[in-house]
Design a protein around this ligand. Structure first.
Ligand code: SF4
Length: 272
């Protein structure tokens, strides 16, 4: 297997690997661009993705200091307006004052590097360091599901390994870190980090990266439902038709009987 020596891992590529080894191979090793729709109707799906991007852009501008009133006047979309109003109605009030919106950090992981692209970092040098990720699904998924997501593992790990780049050399210790997922419903999900979790995450991810680098074969996932929203499904002979946008949104939200299957906010990070 030929993973380039300068390959940079991310929560997105590691989540792809966790979901389906073949998807990782197609997307990151063979770099196959497969022009299939993820969901139909295509225009509505596209609009949904653009709404998420615009929301992140609005929040980014607000965190940089542009007044909310000035930003609000540019919103012409009711879905986006509802998210924006929720953002203003449910602020995260106890954050450290120093802010780094839309910031990327990377750290060594074995022979490779691990990258995290943060929506917002709020850091008090020598004190708390909070990672905020803006989500747009209507309600938080089950906490246990979120806890297992690679994003929840990768972001605090990278901040602990590379945070001193932000603080002028003062290390950020795992016990100072908290990860918060914000949702429009106003009930954020918080994950305090610990030294023990940091050590577990580092060991597990290092092992994962070594496994990937040594792999000769990347099998297709046996979980057929994972293929329903995968753009490679016709290439893998796992179905021709795109899923409906409603099914995609249902899969994002999950239900009492079934955990979410997909994180739409992650799709925009595939470029990483
Ligand atoms: S279609 Fe299914 S088997 Fe093929 S890459 Fe996607 S998730 Fe994996």
């Amino acid at each position: 297997m030929s993973l380039p020596a300068d390959f940079v891992f991310s929560q997105t590529s590691l989540q792809d690997y966790a979901d389906c080894a073949r998807r990782f191979e197609l997307r990151y090793v063979q770099r196959v661009r497969w022009p299939a729709l993820q969901a139909e109707p295509a225009l509505e799906h596209e609009r949904h993705l653009r709404q998420g991007e615009r929301f992140h852009h609005l929040v980014h501008q607000h965190q940089l200091g542009i007044p909310a009133e000035a930003l609000g006047t540019s919103i012409d979309d009711p879905v986006l307006r509802a998210w924006w109003q929720a953002y203003l109605a449910w602020p995260l009030e106890d954050l450290p004052a120093r802010r780094w919106p839309e910031t990327a950090l990377s750290a060594p992981l074995g022979e490779y590097r691990l990258l995290a692209k943060f929506d917002l970092l709020a850091v008090e040098p020598g004190g708390r360091a909070v990672i905020i990720d803006w989500k747009t699904s209507p309600h938080p998924p089950p906490r246990e599901w979120l806890a297992k997501r690679l994003q929840t593992r990768v972001y605090p790990l990278v901040l602990a390994l590379a945070g001193e780049e932000l603080t002028g050399g003062s290390p950020i210790l795992p016990d100072q870190i908290e990860m918060i997922y914000w949702y429009p419903s106003g009930n954020p999900v918080r994950f305090p980090y610990t030294t023990a979790q940091f050590e577990r995450d580092q060991a597990v991810l290092l092992q994962t990266v070594e496994d990937i680098a040594q792999r000769a074969e990347f099998p297709l996932t046996p979980e057929l439902k994972t293929c329903a929203f995968c753009t490679y499904r016709s290439l893998c002979d796992r179905g021709e038709r795109a899923a409906s946008l409603d099914a995609l949104l249902d899969a994002e939200e999950g239900s009492a009987d079934s955990p979410p299957q997909i994180d739409l906010d992650q799709i925009a990070e595939i470029e990483f």
